[in-house]
Design a protein around this ligand. Structure first.
Ligand code: LP5
Length: 241
């Protein structure tokens, strides 16, 4: 019995070996024998719409739908890079879309699942941008643009974001402890799993007199990273590229 969690793969044509690693992992016995596979956001570097006719979305859909066809449910929470991913692609890829902040039962432990960006409340500029980009009006307006214009806009946004993050304070871009406590209290849980910050770790701390756990998933820039959960074990593992 095992459940697998991955996030922040940032799949992109510029890192073909990471796309190959993802495809290779998805046909492994570990995945094909799992109870479920969760992808907690930022599967790709930039998602410009479910109508993207590039090769990468087709390869992703082939790989994940084969996992679902093998009887392993694939759950997906969108991240700040793929928040435009919708039901059309989820159906093609065999994903079940899950709300950010859903609570799922993991072998008897209710666990809060998030991408993690909403917990970075000290990053005020990002939270303002997030509110704008997630509004239904903004999304509808952007998705009505031609694909080439969306690709150009995504490239521009990435360049601006890189510029911002390279000069920003590292602690600003981590989760805020009060935001974590608030989210866990609100959900009524003592266990949280998220990605986004690229700081893989298993943190234990006290929450209202109880021992609480926050697991942060790793990114897939230089190698793969998987959280392996069984009824008795939660282990973060690297996957050599
Ligand atoms: O992504 P990462 O980890 O580098 O940085 C994030 C925050 N930045 C973002 C912005 C995205 O990287 C932009 C790319 C999105 C591509 C997909 C959408 C494509 C849609 C458009 C076409 C259809 O999320 C960064 C945080 C950091 O995490 C840590 O938490 O600090 O926040 C910022 O960079 C905040 C700055 O204020 C952002 C300024 C540049 C954004 C310009 C937006 C222009 C229009 C938006 C179009 C998407």
């Amino acid at each position: 019995m095992s459940t697998l969690f991955i996030s922040d793969l940032h799949l992109d044509d510029s890192r073909p070996h990471i796309t190959a690693l993802f495809e290779h992992y998805l046909v492994s016995d570990e995945v094909r024998r799992a109870d479920a596979l969760y992808i907690l956001g930022d599967l790709v570097e930039a998602w410009v719409g479910d109508d993207d006719d590039a090769e990468l979305p087709r390869r992703i859909a082939r790989a994940t739908s084969a996992v679902r066809d093998a009887g392993v449910p694939v759950y997906f929470i969108v991240g700040n890079r793929d928040f435009l991913l919708g039901e059309a692609f989820a159906t093609r890829a065999g994903f079940t879309l899950v709300e950010d902040g859903a609570v799922h039962d993991l072998y008897g432990t209710p666990t809060l699942l998030m991408h993690g960006d909403v917990l970075c409340t000290d990053d005020v500029a990002y939270q303002q941008l997030r509110r704008q980009l997630r509004s239904p009006e903004w999304k509808a307006q952007v998705l009505a643009m031609p694909l080439d214009a969306r690709r150009a806009l995504a490239a521009k946004a990435r360049a601006e974001s890189r510029n911002y993050t390279s000069g920003a304070d590292e602690t600003l871009m981590d989760v805020n402890a009060d935001a974590v406590a608030h989210a866990m209290r609100h959900a009524g849980v003592t266990h949280l799993i998220h990605g986004h910050t690229h700081r893989p770790a298993i943190h234990h701390f006290e929450l209202d007199g109880q021992t609480a756990e926050r697991i942060v998933l790793g990114d897939w820039y230089d190698q793969g990273s998987v959280l392996y959960v069984t009824p008795d074990e939660r282990t973060l593992r690297g996957l050599p590229a």
